[in-house]
Design a binder for this molecule. Structure first.
Ligand code: PHE
Length: 345
């Protein structure tokens, strides 16, 4: 059967394969594909030429045309796959990526231990119905002392070593108690249930046990019929949430000018803690706060009538509580920003 038409087909196959081998990259291959298999491609032309073939040779021509078509198609598919693989290898060696390298650790920030304990305290008191209220760190002598039942030259002022400013009558607050006056004057109507967290300053020699700045959390409840039993219940609930459900609370009588009666609150320390003796100086009890019933003069300074309302107040030091919780023996660590210390929390 060899005739001109089948020779053309063979030539098409030979040329096609040769041109395919000459293609350097994927783009060249795609151009080749258009040339041979596109709508106006050579292969299409060869297939439609069947109409001009003599009838008795058509079947043979058709078979041969199909064989060539399949041969070219599979050669193209193989060449394309090879070109892609080559391109991949080239890009891998050009930009080597060592997937065995350990990942880079991205340091994550964390909350300062002082912030963490404050948030725990807020959470406990939030459950007890207390709101957080903030007041200023720079106070007047009036707010820090006088309205808290300590007129000028009152001997109890010596309980708080004070930082004075160059402005007469303006000091750094030595405790959060002046916040009591602010709340009573600013928050209406009664009843009041707030905690007042914040930084306090005392002009003391810095040592492992005392710092010139530290946090306090003040608590204040004012309303009708508030009694010492409410104070006791609140403190006990707090101590158990903060330090464990089995904590016992012990109340000792004390003195603060702004509360009457005044108390100090101790909690018992777990018997199985090896640090118990050291922390409690052998007594088994640990002081966690000062507290008491708000003095009538303080209620008056806040604008309340002590004949109709009563209140309780307490003040505690979260740094001290942290030191207890984690057996930290140097209060100075809190504000030194030493990451080796801070990272442990
Ligand atoms: N302000 C007191 C102190 O700094 C603590 C305290 C607060 C005591 C409220 C009684 C009531 O020591």
């Amino acid at each position: 059967m060899p005739d001109a038409a089948t020779d053309d087909l063979k030539q098409l196959e030979t040329d096609g394969l040769a041109e395919l081998r000459a293609c350097a990259d994927e783009a060249a291959l795609r151009a080749w594909n258009t040339k041979y298999f596109g709508d106006k491609g050579l292969m299409k032309g060869a297939l439609s030429a069947i109409g001009k073939i003599a009838k008795d040779q058509r079947a043979a021509y058709g078979q041969e045309a199909n064989r060539v078509k399949v041969a070219l198609e599979s050669a193209y598919t193989a060449a394309l796959a090879e070109a892609k693989e080559k391109a991949l290898q080239a890009s891998l060696t050009a930009n080597p990526l060592d997937v065995t390298l350990p990942g880079r650790i991205r340091p994550r920030g964390r909350l300062h231990p002082a912030t963490q304990i404050l948030r725990q305290v807020y959470a406990v008191f939030a459950d007890l119905g207390f709101q957080v209220y903030r007041t200023r760190e720079v106070e007047t002598d009036e707010m820090n002392f006088e309205f808290l039942n300590m007129p000028a030259h009152h001997p109890a002022r010596d309980m708080w070593d004070t930082f004075f400013t160059t402005t007469p009558g303006v000091i750094l607050r030595t405790h959060t108690s002046p916040g009591q006056i602010h709340v009573m004057r600013e928050v209406r109507p009664k009843p009041i249930r707030v905690i007042l967290p914040g930084m306090c300053y005392r002009n003391e020699a810095i040592s492992t046990r005392s710092e010139i700045q530290f946090h306090q959390v003040e608590g204040l409840a004012v309303g009708e019929g508030i009694t010492m039993a409410d104070l006791k219940g609140t403190i006990t609930a707090f101590a158990r949430r903060m330090f464990g459900p089995d904590r016992q609370v012990r109340i000792r009588s004390s003195y603060f000018p702004f509360t009457e009666p005044s108390i100090e609150v101790d909690i018992d320390w777990p018997k199985d803690d090896p640090n118990r003796d050291r922390l409690t100086k052998g007594t088994g009890w640990l002081e966690i706060m000062g507290a008491g019933m708000v003095h009538p003069n303080v209620l008056r300074a806040g604008g309340y009538d002590p004949a109709t309302v009563t209140g309780f107040a307490f003040g505690m030091g979260p740094q001290r509580m942290l030191m207890l919780k984690h057996a930290i023996d140097d209060i100075r660590l809190f504000w030194q920003n030493d990451l080796r210390f801070l990272r442990q929390f």
